[in-house]
Every structure is written in structure tokens, then in C-alpha cells.
Design a protein around this ligand. Sequence first.
Ligand code: MN
Length: 444
Amino acid sequence: MAAINETHDPALRSWVESANDPATDFPIQNLPFGVFSRAGGEPRVGVAIGDQILDVTACLEANLLESDAAFAAAEACRSTTLNALMAADRLSVSGLRLELSRLLRDEESGGPGARATAAVLVPMAEARMHVPADIGDYTDFYASIDHATNIGKMFRPDNPLLPNYRHVPIGYHGRASSIVASGASVRRPLGQTKPADAETPVFGPTKLLDYEAEVGFFVAGGNRRGEPIPIARAEDHIFGFCLVNDWSARDIQAWEYQPLGPFLAKNFATTVSPWVVTAEALAPFRVPARARGADEPAPLPYLFSPGNEEEGGLALTLDVLLLTERMRAESAEPFRVSRGSLADMYWTPAQMLAHHASNGCNLRPGDLLASGTVSGSSEDSRGCLMERTSRGANPVALPNGEERRFLQDGDEVVMRGCCRRIGFVTIGFGECRGIVEPAVERSH
Ligand code: MN
């Protein structure tokens, strides 16, 4: 587990003024990595600071980095993806974070001030963000017991939670090719569904399009095939975290999910927030794993470690907001539909990762693992519409009088996340957003 150090000091301020705004997601204590490009330019690795991006390669070329450790990680940033940085030695990545923190501090915080460094900043407003890694494999878990119970009730009223749930972190292999960065639109998928009153299935646009609010984490160093990752070492294999929208077509899902699980109901698009908040930046926000009740089984030994029990959880608050086409026309603000916390999950990221590799499956730097829908026990903490509206029975009322059971064309889903703790500076994840476009026109 990453330690708290001088980079987390709440007294630090940056000479990048926007980074000192209490409302920013990207204060100097955060320093997430991402991949950006400017008009006509190649993608480059950058670090978010306020409303600016620090170009890491430009720092290297301007001789702004001193330590060998920082230098090695910065060399790994000479790339159009974060994969090499994710694969780099953790001490080196940590060394780079420390040097970038020192470079960005204002003079009162012991930093150099703007001097040479201002030349290596790019305004976020002039940059386009990309999917941060070349994601070889994507796996989606199902780590919220509240979500699993609520969804299970709709499919199996008498038997909502399957007997394996409290023993095994359930997941499925998702698809990497359709992962897109925040801002990309998502076309309503076509698919096969079987209406309840129909004898035979039909093919056409999904009528029950949904989002799932999730937290993703990227694999740092991988493991060799055949060599599991012990739970006590699992945190060392997590580079950092982002927000994930696992777009889901519930009618397609209901018809296809048995016996092998989700397939075309989910693989048409997955949106990620472009900034990867490092595990080190999140050190102050670790919390105990969710407590097991007296009637619940202890995790099997390969999923149990004292360190994971003490601080395997993460106090990350995840909001979902909706902005309909009409709301946009009325210049309304996005409306918050739910607020959940990753701390409520039944399984921790380390348990998910250790479980994934427990059979010898090799994980690779840049692989994306996602938590599954982040839901808590209260109605307004439910992280998808299927759950939030009880499959459409209780629609969400929007401030302008519209209501939503499922997503309509033109709806924009906006996810935001942040970590707060008294005595530390709040850090955010930026946005994970996407607009639903109408289904493709079909010629019969
Ligand atoms: Mn999911």
C-alpha cells in the first residue's frame, strides 16, 4: 500500500492558480496521468494540474527533472499510451510524482515558481483526451452486494443473491475494442430481444438502454502465466483508478445472459474517464474492507490479508448526473440521479485482482478491471437506472418535469468522482460522460 508522504501535504499550493481553487478536481495533491493531443498533434502523456496539463516529455526535454528515479519514469512517458509507465518500477513512478509535485509548488511551498515550467503547460481547453492505455483485456466485476441483490430480485424474486456471491468475486470478460474516452457519443445498439408477450424474439434498437456507474483500475506490473498474485502483493499491481460507464442494454441482456453471461448487451461501448488517479495519490483515502456480518463467511485465505482488511477499501464517492436534450436546450445543469461509494463494495480492488490471477491467468500492464455497478443500501445510491427505477416502475423525476425509466436518445450521462478526508485536500477524477445517439438506420 502506498504511504502518505510530502506530496499529500494539504498545505501545498501551486503556482498554477487554477490548481488552488477548492472546486478543482486536480489540485497539486492529485497529479493524475493521462494521454492528450492538440489539434493535428500526436498523443502525449500529461499530468493534470488545475485547468492545465503538464507535458511530461516536454519536462524531460527541458531538463526539469533531476532524480534517476523520476527520469526513468519520465522516459516511459515518451509514448502515445500509459502502458510503459504502468509497467515501470513503482519507486520510479513515485519518484516522478515527487519531482512533478516539487516543480509545480509555488515559492511559498518551496517550489521554483512559474519560471521555466510554464512553457510545458497546455490548457485543457486546447487538448483532446484519449483512452489512457492500450487496453489488452478488460474485465468487469460485480462487487456490490446491494447491486447484486437488487438486480437479482428482478430476475429471481425468490432467490435474489446466488449462493456463490459471498465466496467468489463474480466477474466476466468484457471487450476492450469498444472502450472509449469520456466525450465520445454512444449509438443505441441493435440487438435481439424477446418481449414478454411475444412467442419469438425480435431484432431492433434496444428499448432499455442503461448506464452502470463503476470504478476502474489499471494493472501495473503483470504476472507470468501460471503464477498467481498473492493478495498481500495485489496493491503493488494496481497503477491507478478511473471512472467507468458500463453501458448496458437490459432487454438484450435479459434474453441472452443465460447460460454464459453478458455479451452483446454490454460490448457495444464502455466509457472511461481519461485521467488515471494513481494509487499513491489515493493513499490518504484508503478505508477498511467492508465488514462481514456474523452470518457471513470469512474470505478464503487467498482473498484474505490483514492489510486488505485494514485498508483495502477506497472512500471514493461516485455521482451520476443526467442531462437530457431538453435540459440542454433550456441550459439546465445536469441533475444528480445517484451518489454511491466504492467503500460499500463487498470485494476490494485487491481481492478482485488477486482472484483474477488466482488460477494463473496472466494480467498485463494496461489491463482494465472494473468494480461493477457501485450501489449502496439506500435508493439514491443505486448506480444504474434498472436499479434506481426498479426496472422502470419508479421513474426518476427531473427538475423540468421530464422523467426517465431508461435512457432516451439525446440523453447525456455524466459521472463524477472524488475522494475526501478531513485533514487532506479533496481530489477528483474528472468526468466520464457520453451522449446517447439514435440507433443506426436499417435498410431491410
Ligand atoms: Mn458492469
